[in-house]
Design a protein around this ligand. Structure first.
Ligand SMILES: NC(=O)c1ccc[n+]([C@@H]2O[C@H](COP(=O)([O-])OP(=O)(O)OC[C@H]3O[C@@H](n4cnc5c(N)ncnc54)[C@H](OP(=O)(O)O)[C@@H]3O)[C@@H](O)[C@H]2O)c1
Length: 296
């Protein structure tokens, strides 16, 4: 498998942060050879930078990149997807595998515009940049076992991967793991500020918070205990943790987190609906212009 995958040609349409993270992981894990990877985007300088850095083929020609590939990875922002799909329509062949990491974009929409049935929709996250990401993915029934394995190997290069059997879990994953690092960074930032407020220097505050979060995560993983049990272990009666948790609960931290995740989930679903609707509108004689409200 390893050997045959090395010979697979991959094209990234959109060569930004996530594409680069994926390319780095793929090269680091030897999943594909640099000479078999294409990455396209609008800027020549970016194409040259990627060629220089990784020895891959950087290009500004989306069609050329897609034509060469066995796997076409769609890695543009949602607001660029519609344009890119229409550009690639007729270039992407039905036997090629399309892998989309675009937040919200539904498989039915991608498959319909491109006219290709083999599509994998993925929700990765940014720790993929250091091989510590988690990707949730769903494949259409037309994706062959070999393509499925290729997709899985690509995602393994980014960290862990979980295949789900219904596409609706992708919007949920977008809200939990895709957007998740943002919640963690915000909470860490708030804790650092709180430590500075107590009187620590920012350097020490950052070290304390970062190691506490990292250590807690590793401890939770290795101990295999329920999170509530781990928390109870350090919550002595009338102690400091009990006092702090009382304030967190009083501030509705659980509700706020739940509302945040729910809002991100709704936004992901809306992105998908907006993309599909824009295309439907364009089919009408006096179709409205595409929506601009597509920021993730
Ligand atoms: N970042 C995350 O945390 C994360 C997590 C999960 C999924 N995603 C998804 O990953 C996708 C990419 O996100 P990102 O963070 O990598 O964004 P990004 O850094 O902005 O990358 C997008 C790239 O697409 C290029 N591009 C713009 N128009 C194009 C076109 N017409 N044809 C080809 N390329 C074009 C951009 O070039 P210019 O810079 O020159 O405009 C940019 O290099 C998004 O759909 C997002 O939903 C992101």
């Amino acid at each position: 498998m390893e050997e045959s995958l090395q010979q697979k040609r991959l094209a990234f349409i959109g060569s930004g942060t996530m594409a680069e993270a994926m390319i780095q992981g793929i090269l680091r894990c030897g999943v594909a050879a640099a000479e078999n990877i294409w990455a396209s985007g609008p800027r020549k300088e970016r194409a040259a930078e990627l060629t220089e850095k990784y020895g891959i083929h950087g290009t500004t020609d989306n069609r050329e990149a897609a034509r060469k590939a066995d796997v076409v990875v769609l890695s543009v922002k949602p607001q660029r997807l519609r344009m890119v799909l229409h550009e690639l329509r007729g270039t992407v062949r039905p036997e090629q595998l399309v892998m989309s990491i675009v937040a919200g974009a539904k498989i039915s929409y991608i498959a319909q515009v491109l006219g290709t049935p083999s599509v994998i929709r993925v929700m990765p996250n940014t720790p993929a940049q250091i091989g510590e990401g988690i990707s949730v993915w769903f494949a259409t029934p037309q994706v062959t076992p070999e393509q499925r394995e290729v997709g899985r190997r690509i995602l393994t290069a980014l960290g862990e991967e979980i295949e789900v059997d219904e596409e609706r879990f992708l919007d949920m994953a977008t809200a939990v793991s895709g957007t998740g690092p943002t919640y963690v960074f915000l909470i860490m930032e708030a804790l650092v500020d709180a430590a500075v407020h107590l009187g620590f220097s920012r350097r020490i505050a950052e070290a304390l918070v970062t190691k506490t979060v990292l250590g807690s995560v590793l401890f939770a993983r290795q101990s295999n205990m329920h999170l509530a049990q781990l928390r109870n272990m350090v919550t002595s009666p009338g102690g400091t943790s009990a006092e702090a948790i009382y304030q967190l609960d009083k501030g509705s931290i659980r509700t706020v987190l739940s509302k945040a995740v729910w809002a991100a989930y709704q936004k992901s679903k809306l992105l998908g609906e907006t993309l599909s609707q824009d295309d439907e509108l364009d089919k009408r004689p006096n179709g409205s212009p595409p929506s601009e409200k597509l920021e993730t």
